[in-house]
Design a protein around this ligand. Structure first.
Ligand code: FAD
Ligand code: A2P
Length: 259
């Protein structure tokens, strides 16, 4: 029996580099949609090998969902990618993070800006009724190199319409804007470019971003986060935090890409 053990209930592989899985939820675990926890397995030395993971399921869900990269020689994910239903993982029940609704001032439109597995915290927030109570419109921009990498997010957004719990609240408030950068698809381009050029506002038929109306949450690689921040600041938005709510918040989707 592992310390802080939870049981894997399902696993789905999306590409050779991406998979999602669900685990049982510790009864005492309360979290705010958008937060992350430390999860892992026992390492070869018998000690827990833990990494930060955004909880991709909403706070009302009975189980917990995670969306993961598979790093071929990654200490954790080279093993984690082989988990099966019935296996156990370690989950430290101490949720934290900046991508929470409380860290933003009230506004009209909420933007979720993600690359790669950075969509995970928004998979949680897109399923939280509070998101739709607080905002008139929610825009999910997700960018990956190839189409197959968008599939987890695409199917999740698709499933929301018919969700018995929040389908009605979501209605047509949620706008999904997926793009690829290295494979031809319906919509293309980096999030930074589509915001800076105004293309996304034109395509969705909405006004340009302003500090008065727009709020944003950002989750991607370090390089992406830095570049998006500059674009958001050019629209007049300022970075906030739990203790100081403002117009946007940022979290790293992972560390260690050389910056
Ligand atoms: P590591 O030694 O941790 O990483 C090896 C290298 O792989 C890194 O240097 C980096 O270049 C690359 N890498 C790591 N994670 C990613 C990633 N997600 N996407 C692309 N490249 C990556 N990972 C998830 O898959 N899903 C999540 O929801 C998630 N949430 C996170 C939340 C926070 C706040 C942070 C800081 C990280 C998060 N990560 C997430 C990354 C995660 O903690 C691990 O880095 C990842 O699971 C790989 O672990 P590893 O031991 O196999 O390799
Ligand atoms: P691109 O293909 O033009 O580099 P990665 O797989 O390298 O983490 O990238 C995931 C997605 O994020 C890719 O579509 C990539 O576009 C995009 N991206 C990477 N870096 C940035 C950045 N600094 N600004 C905007 N988009 C970025």
């Amino acid at each position: 029996m592992l310390p802080d053990a939870q049981e894997v209930t399902s696993v789905q592989h999306w590409t050779d580099r991406l998979f999602s899985f669900r685990v049982t939820r510790p009864q005492s675990l309360r979290f705010r949609s958008g937060e992350f926890v430390m999860i892992g397995l026992l390492g070869d030395n018998g000690k827990p090998l833990l990494r930060a993971y955004s909880i991709a399921s909403p706070s009302w869900d009975e189980e917990l969902e995670f969306y993961s990269i598979k790093v071929p020689d990654g200490p954790l994910t080279s093993k984690l990618q082989h988990i099966q239903p019935g296996d156990q993982i370690i989950l430290r029940p101490k949720p934290v993070g900046t991508l929470v609704l409380d860290a933003l001032l009230p506004g009209k439109r909420l933007w979720f800006l993600a690359t790669g597995t950075g969509i995970a915290p928004f998979a949680s927030l897109m399923r939280d009724p509070e998101t739709y109570e607080k905002y008139d419109q929610v825009i999910m921009m997700h960018t990956c190199r190839e189409k197959a990498e968008l599939e987890y997010g695409r199917q999740l957004v698709e499933s929301l319409k018919d969700d018995p719990l929040i389908g009605e609240m979501v209605g047509d408030k949620l706008k999904y804007y997926p793009t690829t950068t290295r494979e031809e698809s319906e919509r293309m381009g980096r999030i930074t470019d589509n915001l800076a050029s105004g293309k996304v506002f034109e395509d969705l038929g909405i006004p340009s971003m302003s500090a008065e109306n727009d709020r944003a949450m950002v989750c991607g690689s370090m390089a992406f986060n830095i570049d998006v921040k500059a674009v958001l600041e050019s629209f007049g938005l300022r970075e906030g935090a739990n203790s100081d709510p403002l117009e946007y918040v940022v979290e790293k989707a992972f560390v260690g890409d050389g910056i």
